[in-house]
Design a protein around this ligand. Structure first.
Ligand code: GYE
Length: 331
């Protein structure tokens, strides 16, 4: 594995042996006009997860803006968080003979058949934001996105440090992201690993809130009813944390004080809650993947080799750091 910081602040990880594999088989040496638009532009079919969170909205905007700036024709589909819709959209893109397909897989499993169809049609596929668990890596060219395990681990490590002098048990509730999605699986894993050596840190309840505010609120209400002593909330994204704030306040507790709140994403509303003292810590997950994605689209379309993995560079925020960063936050 080689590591290099690229000019856009992304860390590029090049896996050995990937160079140009699969690309030759794709045979995409045309001018980018297959979709019949007659304007010579590269046509990109993009299947988005949905519009479930502030993160997702920022990600969609980034992709649309970057495609326009790069002169790439974008066919955009919103799958409303349903895998079947994404599979349909990808099949449509194949039928329309787009030049490149990119998508953010709502869940990790169940993609092999449709990815094989794209490969057989000679259309290269790029995974963005979330990955798939397909064993056959030749089904896609590259995966650009965050290290979700690391985000969970950083969240857990912060909590371990904060609670190092705690004498009694620290009761944690967890709001998971969409069941079966890479960020839910990985954030859960990273967090659990980070706190594992501290037996007083206990996850007493863990359920999905589907990455939405409404989900976060509803599940937090149940958690509060069932558990008289909750010390910490770990939410897999800001939006669920923001929904949970309402439930916590309605239960007569003070968020950020009675209950320590850790979330992931660092979108504006989350950062505001952190700066205001209602959240306590956020691990950042950048949705601004558009520019980097368009560069990859151009490269795979030109038959050039690309790294197997392009990892987003991210940081973490405490309340003080959120106050300082908020005025310049882009999303
Ligand atoms: O954290 C969450 C969104 O896949 C990284 O999806 C993304 C996650 C993000 O709904 O807010």
């Amino acid at each position: 594995m080689g590591n290099a910081i690229t000019r856009r602040g992304f860390v590029t990880v090049v896996a050995a042996g990937l160079l140009a594999t699969g690309l030759a088989a794709c045979g995409n040496s045309d001018t980018g006009d297959d979709a019949g638009d007659g304007n010579g532009k590269i046509v990109l079919g993009f299947s988005q997860v949905g519009a479930e969170s502030g993160w997702r909205t920022a990600n969609t905007n980034s992709i649309k803006e970057s495609a326009a700036a790069a002169g790439i024709e974008l066919k955009f589909d919103d799958a409303q968080q349903k895998q079947e819709n994404q599979i349909k959209a990808i099949r449509n893109f194949i039928q329309q003979k787009v030049d490149v397909i990119a998508f953010s897989p709502v869940v990790e499993s169940g993609w092999d058949t449709v990815l094989k169809e794209a490969k057989d049609a000679g259309i290269p596929v790029i995974l963005t934001d979330r990955s798939v668990d397909s064993a056959d890596k030749s089904l896609y060219q590259t995966f650009i996105g965050s290290d979700f395990v690391k985000e969970g681990r950083l969240s857990g490590e912060w909590l371990v440090e904060q609670t190092k002098n705690a004498t009694g048990p620290v009761n944690i509730v967890e709001l998971q992201g969409t069941t079966g999605s890479a960020p839910a699986n990985d954030r859960k894993k990273g967090f659990a690993e980070a706190i594992a050596a501290n037996p007083n840190l206990k996850i007493i309840a863990s359920q999905t809130g589907d990455f939405t505010r409404a989900g976060g609120k509803a599940v937090m209400e149940q958690f509060l009813k069932a558990n008289p002593k909750i010390d910490v909330l770990f939410a897999h994204n800001d939006d669920m944390g923001l929904g949970a704030l309402e439930a916590i306040t309605a239960a007569g507790k003070v968020p950020g004080k009675d209950i320590t709140i850790i979330t992931i994403d660092a979108v504006k509303d989350g950062m505001q809650a952190l700066a205001d003292g209602r959240f306590n810590f956020i691990a950042e997950c950048s949705p601004l993947l558009g520019d980097q994605l368009m560069e990859l689209v151009k490269k795979v379309h030109a038959g050039e080799s690309v790294p197997a993995r392009v990892e987003t560079e991210e940081t973490t925020f405490t309340q003080e750091q959120a106050k300082a960063a908020l005025p310049n936050r882009k999303y």
